[in-house]
Ligand binder design. Structure first.
Ligand SMILES: *Cc1c(COP(=O)(O)O)cnc(C)c1O
Length: 401
C-alpha cells in the first residue's frame, strides 16, 4: 500500500520524468542523495502500547516486510503517480500480481470475461487452475468488441485485457471496454506491461486496476522479477489484505533496483520505441516476410486507436517470415547479435518464437485464434544502435532460402 508519510514532498503539477526521479524516500541521518536499501524483515516498537496500536492499524507504519517496506513503498508510490492511481501493492513477479489480484477479488462461482489474446501464463490460470475453484472464464475477440456486451453473464465480475497484446501487438479500444464495464458494474483490469506507464495510463480510459510485470520495461535491464497492481483504493485494499496473508510481496532489494530503473524509464522507453519503429519500417519493405505489425505503423489495423491511447508504439515488433516453421528455424539459427530469449523490454534486443515457446501450451487452434502462426517472430527491440539491430535481422533473413 501507499505510505504517504514516508515521502519527500512533490507537487502534483510535476511532470512524469520529475516525479520518477524526485519522488523518493525521506533522507536518513546520513543525508544520502539516492535512496538507500532497507534490507530488513521486521521493524521495532517503542513499547507495548506502540506495538498494540501498530498492529491494530491505528498507525500507518512498517511492521513486517511481508506487509510493507520503505523500498517497496517508494516503488509503489512512483507507479501510482505514473498511472494516476490511488493505491497499489507490489509483488515478487508479474504473475504473482495477476494471480493475487484475481484471487483477492473473485469468489467461487464468479466469471471472468477476458480478451482471448493474453499472456500465456494468464491464459493457463484461466484454463488449468481457476476451474478447480469454480471460477470460469470466457473470451472476447480483440477484433470484435461489438460482441463484448453480449458475452457478459449474470455472474461476470471482471473484464480483463492487455493492450498492446502479446505477441500479436493488437491494440484494444480501452475507453470502449471501460464504458461497457462501468455500465454493467464490472471491475475492468488492464495488464499494461507492453505499454509501460510512460506510454499509456489505462485508468484515464476507465480501468479500475492496472497490472504490470516490472520484469519488463520497468527494470529494463533484465535483472529482476517484479509485479505490481495499482488503481482504485477499495479494490487495492482487498488485494492488500489477501497478499499480506499469502506472502507474494516484492523483495526490498528488487524494489530498490526498480525505483532506480524508473528514474530512466521515460528516456529508455523513448529510445526503445524509436528503434522499434525503424526496425518495423525496414521489415515492411522486405521481400522475405509476409507481414509486419507494430502499433505505430500506418498499416497496423488499429493505428488510429494506438495514436489516441499511446505516446509511442512500444518495444515489440511482430512479423511472419515466408516459408513457415522451416524458414523460421533458419532465421533463428542465423541470428548473431540479438538474444534468443523469452523476455522482453530489455536493453538487449530479443527474438522469440511464440509458437514453440511462450505459447506452446496453447493448442494449435487456440494459437491460430490469437494470431500466432508457425512463422511468426516477435522482436523486443532493445537499446543497441539501430543500425546494428537492423543489420543482424537483415543478414538472418538473407540466410533463409
Ligand atoms: C511477462 C508478462 C507477465 C508476467 O510477468 P512475470 O514478471 O514474468 O511474472 C504478465 N503479463 C505480460 C503482458 C507479460 O509480458
Amino acid at each position: 500500500m501507499k505510505k504517504k508519510d514516508n515521502q519527500q514532498p512533490t507537487t502534483n503539477n510535476q511532470r512524469f520524468e520529475t516525479n520518477a526521479i524526485r519522488n523518493q524516500l525521506d533522507r536518513t541521518q546520513y543525508l544520502e542523495h539516492s535512496s538507500p536499501m532497507f534490507l530488513t524483515s521486521s521493524y521495532v516498537f517503542e513499547d507495548a502500547e506502540d506495538m498494540r496500536a501498530s498492529f491494530a492499524e491505528e498507525k500507518e507504519r512498517n511492521i513486517y516486510s511481508r506487509y510493507s517496506n520503505p523500498n517497496t513503498s517508494e516503488f509503489v508510490e512512483k507507479i501510482c503517480r505514473m498511472e494516476g492511481a490511488e493505491a497499489g501493492f507490489a509483488f515478487a513477479s508479474g504473475m504473482a500480481a495477476v494471480f493475487s489480484t484475481f484471487a483477492a477479488l473473485l469468489d467461487s462461482g464468479d466469471h471472468i470475461l477476458s480478451a482471448r489474446s493474453v499472456f500465456g501464463s494468464t491464459h493457463s490460470l484461466y484454463t488449468n487452475f481457476f476451474p478447480k475453484w469454480n471460477i470460469k472464464t470466457s473470451f472476447f475477440e480483440v477484433d470484435d468488441l461489438e460482441g463484448l456486451e453480449s458475452k457478459i453473464q449474470l455472474n461476470t465480475k471482471i473484464i480483463y485485457a492487455e493492450s498492446p497484446t502479446n505477441p500479436g501487438v493488437d491494440v484494444l479500444d480501452l475507453e470502449f471496454i471501460g464504458q461497457v464495464a462501468k455500465k454493467h458494474n464490472l471491475i475492468f483490469i488492464v495488464d499494461n506491461c507492453f505499454a509501460s506507464p510512460y506510454l499509456q495510463q489505462p485508468i484515464q480510459f476507465g480501468a479500475d486496476l492496472v497490472i504490470h510485470s516490472g520484469t519488463k520495461l520497468m527494470d529494463g535491464q533484465g535483472r529482476v522479477l517484479a509485479g505490481i497492481t495499482v488503481g482504485n483504493s477499495a479494490l487495492v485494499e482487498k488485494i492488500y489484505r489477501f497478499s499480506r496473508i499469502t506472502g507474494p510481496a516484492l523483495s526490498p532489494f528488487n524494489a530498490w533496483v526498480l525505483s532506480k530503473s524508473l528514474e530512466t524509464l521515460a528516456i529508455r522507453v523513448e529510445r526503445h520505441c524509436k528503434n522499434a519503429l525503424q526496425l518495423a519500417q525496414f521489415l515492411e519493405g522486405h521481400g522475405k516476410i509476409n507481414w509486419v505489425k507494430y502499433p505505430f505503423l500506418k498499416s497496423h489495423p488499429n493505428y488510429e486507436m494506438a495514436k489516441k491511447q499511446m505516446k509511442a508504439g512500444g518495444c515489440v515488433v511482430a512479423f511472419e517470415v515466408k516459408g513457415g516453421l522451416e524458414a523460421g528455424r533458419k532465421f533463428f539459427d542465423s541470428i548473431k547479435l540479438l538474444s534468443l530469449s523469452a523476455n522482453l523490454g530489455d536493453s538487449r534486443s530479443i527474438v522469440t518464437h511464440p509458437a514453440s515457446t511462450t505459447h506452446s501450451k496453447l493448442s494449435e487452434e487456440e494459437r491460430s485464434r490469437v494470431g500466432i502462426t508457425d512463422g511468426m517472430v516477435r522482436v523486443s527491440v532493445g537499446l543497441e544502435h539501430i543500425d546494428d539491430i537492423i543489420a543482424d535481422v537483415k543478414q538472418a533473413l538473407e540466410e533463409m532460402k
